[in-house]
Design a protein around this ligand. Structure first.
Ligand code: URA
Length: 433
């Protein structure tokens, strides 16, 4: 086989076979095929797409490039969720303990944040003592014992994806449905869970900016998951504005805890309940979404979900007292309450810009090696469609350095208003099964 022939084949809109795709991924992982040829193929895929079989073969080849997590020693139904990433997305922190309190097993490997989106591991590490580095045996044991563990990657999962994603990032080939779908799904399949729920975000703060694209991506990923015999569905959810109020590590932990106490922002709670309901239905624990939502609400009302969060924190070495004493979490030196200096209905809050503002405070990483400040971040107190006037507190800035009026004004500028009433887009924009 010659790589140039396969590039030309794809450029001419023909389909690649399973053995051709395996040959490419193996050759690239082993360093036998150079970056420039793989970049050229990736660009051809961006223009010519891949059919359902090619997408499956690509995903499988990426899975086989590394180790897979063996969850077969876990008794019960293993579940996983994945979000395509957003601003203020603390969903795993609330959803994990909530579903684990309903007799499903969440064995999750998570990542750190980069750029304007945060990572679950950073958020968990704002809990004093919380250890994200468990051995695989301890990981499996904890999931068997209490139903939940969240750790950083132990084995080398999908090395081909790591290499390919880095190449796509610098060659303008990230935005391709088959390439994104294979990249995301390979990591989910290698992580081993039988039941998977995907949260595909769409809007200004998301990777997919329009609904059509998000639907296409969700469909592509669900189809791949089904070919691997996973119980899978995807929710397409709105990321036109940050999720909930809090953006920043310890602030998001507090919001997740409040949600498990039944006091979370309504939309965030809705998202958690809906994702949780799909997990319970896909895992065969509940018969319908409505029944599942009822079960989940009961687990919040009777404090089982909150107790599970405490158990989870304690099992991973963290101080579970944070649940009732937020002073134990990292706290910023300065808190600025910001009032609007205009009147009107909020029509937009650019979520990416909010994420970038939080990153400027130190909450997010500009590069892989940046050290982040777990205490700092933002609270977005007014959301799209809310009416504000000069006296309205639109948000809070939690900072470890003093901010001048220019910086505070930059925060105000994140909110765009209109004199006309604004109709809010629903949080859940579609379900793909
Ligand atoms: N996230 C991934 O993991 N892969 C992509 O290709 C895009 C987003």
């Amino acid at each position: 086989m010659r790589m140039v022939d396969l590039i030309i084949k794809k450029r001419n809109k023909e389909s690649l076979t399973e053995s051709e795709i395996n040959w490419i991924i193996n050759g690239y992982t082993e360093g036998k095929i150079p970056d420039y040829q793989v970049a050229s193929l990736a660009m051809a895929i961006c223009f010519q797409d891949m059919n359902v079989d090619e997408r499956f073969y690509l995903t499988n080849a990426i899975v086989n490039s590394g180790d897979a997590i063996d969850l077969s020693n876990i008794t019960g139904k293993t579940v996983d969720k994945h979000s395509t990433g957003g601003v203020g997305d603390k969903t795993t922190l609330a959803l994990g303990p909530l579903v684990a309190s309903c007799n499903v097993k969440l064995a999750k490997m998570s990542g750190r944040g980069l750029g304007h989106t945060g990572g679950t591991l950073d958020k968990l590490e704002s809990i004093p003592g919380f250890n994200i580095e468990l051995s695989e045996d301890d990981f499996i044991k904890q999931v068997n014992d209490i139903g939940i563990a969240v750790i950083s990657q132990t084995k080398e999962i999908c090395p081909a994806d790591k290499k390919l994603y880095a190449l796509r990032d610098v060659t303008g080939t990230v935005e391709s449905i088959p390439l994104i779908a294979a990249s995301v799904m390979s990591k989910k399949i290698a992580s081993g869970a039988e039941t998977i729920v995907l949260d595909v975000k769409v809007g200004s703060g998301a990777f997919m900016k329009d609904l059509e694209g998000a639907k296409e991506l969700a469909n592509a990923m669900v189809k791949i998951g089904k070919k691997f015999n996973r119980n899978i569905s995807a929710l397409i959810t709105n990321m036109e504005e940050p999720l909930g109020e809090a953006v920043g590590n310890s602030l998001e932990v507090i919001e997740a805890i409040e949600t498990l106490k039944g006091n979370g922002p309504r939309e965030f709670e809705d998202l958690v309940l809906n994702l949780g309901a799909h997990i319970l239905v896909n895992a065969g624990v509940a018969e319908s979404i409505d029944t599942a939502i009822g079960i989940l609400k009961t687990q919040i009302d009777n404090h089982e979900a909150l107790n599970k969060f405490k158990e989870f924190i304690k099992a991973q070495g963290g101080n579970e007292l944070v649940v009732n004493n937020y002073d134990l979490l990292p706290k910023a030196k300065y808190v600025y309450e910001v009032k609007a200096n205009k009147t009107g209905y909020i029509k937009a809050i650019n979520a990416t810009a909010v994420g970038n503002y939080a990153m400027m405070l130190g909450a997010g990483r500009e590069t892989k090696d940046s050290v982040i400040d777990l205490a700092v971040g933002l609270k977005i107190k007014k959301k799209i469609a809310d009416y504000i006037n000069e006296d309205s507190i639109i948000g809070e800035i939690h900072s470890n350095f003093e901010l001048d009026e220019i910086k505070i004004e930059q925060f105000r500028q994140l909110f765009q208003t209109s004199d006309e009433k604004v109709i809010k887009t629903p949080l859940i924009l579609g379900v793909v099964k």
